[in-house]
Design a protein around this ligand. Structure first.
Ligand SMILES: Cc1cc2nc3c(=O)[nH]c(=O)nc-3n(C[C@H](O)[C@H](O)[C@H](O)COP(=O)(O)OP(=O)(O)OC[C@H]3O[C@@H](n4cnc5c(N)ncnc54)[C@H](O)[C@@H]3O)c2cc1C
Length: 397
C-alpha cells in the first residue's frame, strides 16, 4: 500500500489530501499539521469571508497577477482552472458568488464553510494536529518535534510561506529564494497627505528609477497609503523594496492618465474658466480636498484665477497632478492579507508535476514555493491548482 505524507494542513495540503483520497482510495494518507487546527489561515481569509478564487476575466497577462511563478501557474491552471474551482466547490454543496470586481466568495460569506467542506472531503485521511515536522531524512524518513518518526513513499511539502525559510530541509540539495514579505501598505510621513485620511482616488503609482507601477483605487490612511494600487505595487516590487530597506521615492499620478492628456484636460479647463478661481473648478471626479492640497503643493495662491495661470503655472499643476512625489519610510502590514514571496525555487521542480527534479517522490505545493499573487483570490487559486496537480502526479506515478 502506498503511503503519502502531506506536511502542512493549509489550503494546498488539504486540497491535495482530498484529491489523493478520491484518486487513491487504497493509499495510506497522513497529513501532519504543526498547529492545533487545520486550515487556520483559510478560516480568516478575505476578512472571514474567503475570497477563494477570481474569474480571471480582467487578467490580461498572468504576470500581472502572479509577479512570481507565472510559468508554473500557466501549467497548473491548465490542469485545474478557476472554473474547476468553481465547479468543485459547488459540487461539494457550496454555492458561490461572483462579485462585480471579479472576486469569488461563498454565497454564505463565511470562510468556515470552506474549511468544513475541505475537512469533509478529506474523510479517510489521517489528520495529525500539533504534529510539527522538523526534519526530513534519507529514505523519506520524517521526524516530528515530539520525537515520533515515520517513513513515507511520497512526501508533499505544503508548509506555506515561512519568513524563516525551511530549516527542516537543511542538507537537502534544494535551491532556495530568500523569503520576503509581499502585499503590504506604505508608511509615508507627510502631514498634508495624511490630512486627507480616508480619501480614495483612482490613481497610478510608480517607484522612481524602476519599472514598477500599478494602478487602481488608492486609499490615504493615517499612516500613509493603502488600497489595491499600493498592494499590487508592493507585490510586484516586493523583492526590490526589501533590498532598499523599504525606503524609496513614490510618484502618484492622481488622474491615472498620460501626462499629455492631463495637460490637455487642464488647458481646456483654463480656457473655459478664465475668470474663475482655480480652487473653485476642479477636474472631473477629483475631490475638492485633494484638489486644494495639490494646488497648495504647486504653490498657487487661493485667489489665483485660471486666466492668470500662464504656461509655467500649467506645467507646475500638471506635474503636481501626474508626478506627485513622496518618500516611503517603511512598510505596514496589510490587515487583511499577508503573503510571503520567495521559498523553494522553481528551478528545483518539474513545473508540470511539482515533483523535485533531484528527489523523485518529493513534491512541493502552495506558498512554500516561490510563487505568489496580488490580492483578489489569486493566492488561494494557486493553492488549489498546485494541491490538485501534486495529487494528480502522485496518483499517476
Ligand atoms: C489574513 C489573511 C487573509 C488572506 N486572504 C486571502 C483571500 O481572501 N484570498 C486569497 O486568495 N488569499 C488570501 N490569503 C493568502 C492565502 O491564505 C495563502 O496564500 C494560502 O493560505 C497559502 O496556502 P498554503 O497551503 O500554501 O499555506 P498555508 O495556508 O499557510 O498552510 C500551511 C500550513 O502548514 C503548516 N506548517 C508550517 N510549518 C509546518 C511544519 N514544520 N510542520 C507541520 N505543519 C507546518 C502551517 O501551520 C499551516 O497550517 C490571505 C492570507 C492571510 C494571512
Amino acid at each position: 500500500m502506498m503511503h503519502v505524507a502531506v506536511i502542512g494542513a493549509g489550503a494546498a495540503g488539504c486540497f491535495c489530501a482530498a484529491h489523493l483520497r478520491r484518486r487513491m482510495p487504497d493509499a495510506l494518507i497522513d497529513v501532519y499539521e504543526a498547529g492545533p487546527k487545520a486550515l487556520a489561515k483559510v478560516a480568516v481569509t478575505g476578512g472571514g469571508r474567503c475570497n477563494l478564487t477570481n474569474s480571471f476575466a480582467r487578467v490580461r497577462s498572468l504576470s500581472d497577477v502572479y509577479p512570481r511563478g507565472e510559468r508554473l501557474m500557466k501549467r497548473v491552471l491548465k490542469a485545474f482552472s478557476p472554473e474547476d474551482t468553481w465547479r468543485w466547490f459547488e459540487d461539494e454543496g457550496v454555492p458561490l458568488l461572483l462579485q462585480e470586481d471579479q472576486c469569488v466568495f461563498p454565497l454564505s460569506q463565511d470562510a468556515m464553510q470552506i474549511v468544513h467542506t475541505l475537512l469533509h472531503a478529506m474523510e479517510g485521511v489521517n489528520l495529525h494536529l500539533n504534529a510539527k515536522f522538523i526534519r526530513l531524512e534519507e529514505g523519506f524518513r520524517l521526524i516530528l518535534k515530539d520525537g515520533k518518526q515515520f517513513s513515507a513513499d511520497r512526501v508533499v511539502i505544503t508548509t506555506g510561506g515561512a519568513p524563516k525559510g525551511l530549516p527542516m530541509l537543511d542538507g537537502w540539495d534544494l535551491e532556495m529564494v530568500p523569503p520576503v514579505p509581499s502585499l503590504f501598505t506604505f508608511t509615508v510621513r507627510d502631514s498634508a497627505l495624511r490630512s486627507l485620511m480616508g480619501l480614495v482616488a483612482d490613481a497610478s503609482v510608480s517607484l522612481a528609477g524602476t519599472r514598477f507601477r500599478a494602478s487602481g483605487p488608492l486609499l490615504i490612511t493615517d499612516w500613509g497609503l493603502s488600497g489595491p494600487a499600493i498592494l499590487t505595487l508592493s507585490s510586484h516590487a516586493a523583492r526590490y523594496l526589501a533590498e532598499v530597506g523599504y525606503t524609496a521615492r513614490l510618484s502618484i499620478n492622481w488622474r491615472n492618465a498620460p501626462e499629455d492628456s492631463v495637460r490637455k484636460e487642464i488647458a481646456a479647463i483654463a480656457a473655459a474658466n478664465p475668470r474663475k478661481f482655480v480652487a473653485s473648478v476642479h477636474p472631473d471626479g477629483m475631490q475638492s480636498r485633494l484638489w486644494e492640497m495639490l494646488l497648495n503643493k504647486a504653490g498657487f495662491r487661493r485667489e489665483m484665477r485660471w486666466g492668470e495661470m500662464g504656461n509655467r503655472g500649467l506645467n507646475r499643476l500638471v506635474s503636481a497632478l501626474t508626478q506627485d512625489g513622496y518618500t516611503l519610510s517603511g512598510k505596514f502590514p496589510f490587515r487583511e492579507e499577508f503573503v510571503t514571496c520567495g521559498g523553494v525555487s522553481l528551478t528545483n521542480i518539474n513545473l508540470s508535476t511539482l515533483e523535485c527534479k533531484h528527489y523523485p517522490g518529493l513534491y512541493f505545493a502552495g506558498e512554500v514555493l516561490d510563487v505568489d499573487a496580488v490580492t483578489g483570490g489569486f493566492n488561494l487559486q494557486a493553492a488549489w491548482s498546485m494541491g490538485y496537480v501534486a495529487a494528480q502526479s502522485i496518483a499517476g506515478s
